[in-house]
Design a binder for this molecule. Structure first.
Ligand code: GLU
Length: 274
């Protein structure tokens, strides 16, 4: 081959690589529904530090919660009884990057459907309705979001809607952002903040384990939870929504909801409407 031919051959190779071959390896080109059926596995991004939704049980080394059970039930609906639900830990900050990089197939991790996030990912139908609230030590002077002032510090988690919303609803208050919910609650117990803010259902999980803490002021936002999936995965998205619909029809959803929120008539939590 002449030198000229070799150069043009390499050029064509590079061009075809950038146009097709290399692109076909990207996350966006992989059909998640097809792949999950072939591998018999769906890999879910879940919380590991959030009681009631996704909490690592040290003794059994299994993650447990409402999100986990919903993910297992959807996996069974989509792949069948012997389908594997594989769980990877995410935090509020890491969940979208992990999805976009292809480390996980979907996020089911107390994630609010928002217009901002819809620019990056697609969401399933709502599967749980939460609302943002405040958690304080019993006896705290804080009564609700309107009573917050510039002398107080509120603890929130990086990458959450809660950290953004609190600045909107209480513009004067100081906000300290932690990496995850375990750290935020430890900071509250250590007195690094006057209150902690996130969704009522998450705070309820903390209060249920710690008698000295309580929710105050009701909820001041709406936080509808959705399952996040990469854009361009319509087949998988439709399969997830169909699975949710079936679970509502055949009672599986109610069963899981009752298991984790048996006293849900306290007005704090509410299952997603279909
Ligand atoms: N639902 C809120 C959000 O999606 C707060 C809970 C969380 O950080 O996961 O940001």
């Amino acid at each position: 081959m002449s030198k000229k031919k070799i150069v043009s051959f390499l050029f064509l190779l590079a061009l075809s690589c950038s146009l097709s071959a290399c692109k076909s390896k990207s996350v966006a080109d992989k059909d998640i529904l097809e792949t999950s059926q072939q591998t018999n596995t769906i890999t879910w991004g879940v919380k590991n530090d959030t009681r009631l939704f996704g909490l690592m049980d040290i003794s059994s080394k299994e993650v447990k919660g409402f999100d986990i059970d919903i993910a297992k039930a959807i996996t069974e609906q989509i792949i069948g009884r012997d389908g594997n639900a594989n769980f990877v830990e995410v935090t509020s900050k890491t969940r979208i990057p992990l999805l976009k990089n292809g480390n996980i197939d979907a996020i089911i991790a107390t994630m609010t459907i928002s217009e901002e996030r819809k620019k990056q990912v697609d969401f399933s139908d709502v599967y749980f309705d939460a609302g943002q609230s405040l958690l304080v030590k019993k006896g705290s002077p804080i009564e609700g979001v309107d009573s917050l002032n510039a002398d107080q510090t509120i603890l929130a988690v990086k990458g959450s809607t809660s950290a953004e919303n609190i600045r909107e609803h209480a513009p004067d208050v100081k906000v300290l952002e932690l990496e995850n919910y375990a750290e935020a609650f430890t900071a509250l117990q250590a007195g690094q903040g006057d209150a902690m803010t996130t969704d009522n259902a998450i705070l309820l999980g903390m209060a249920s384990e710690n008698d000295n803490y309580e929710l105050v002021g009701g909820s001041f936002t709406e936080e509808p939870y959705g399952i996040a999936i990469n854009k361009g995965q319509e087949n998988f998205l439709n399969a997830v929504n169909t699975a949710l619909e079936t679970m509502h029809e055949n009672g599986t959803y109610d069963e899981i909801f009752q298991k984790w929120f048996p006293e849900s008539d306290d007005g704090y939590v509410d299952g997603g409407e279909q």
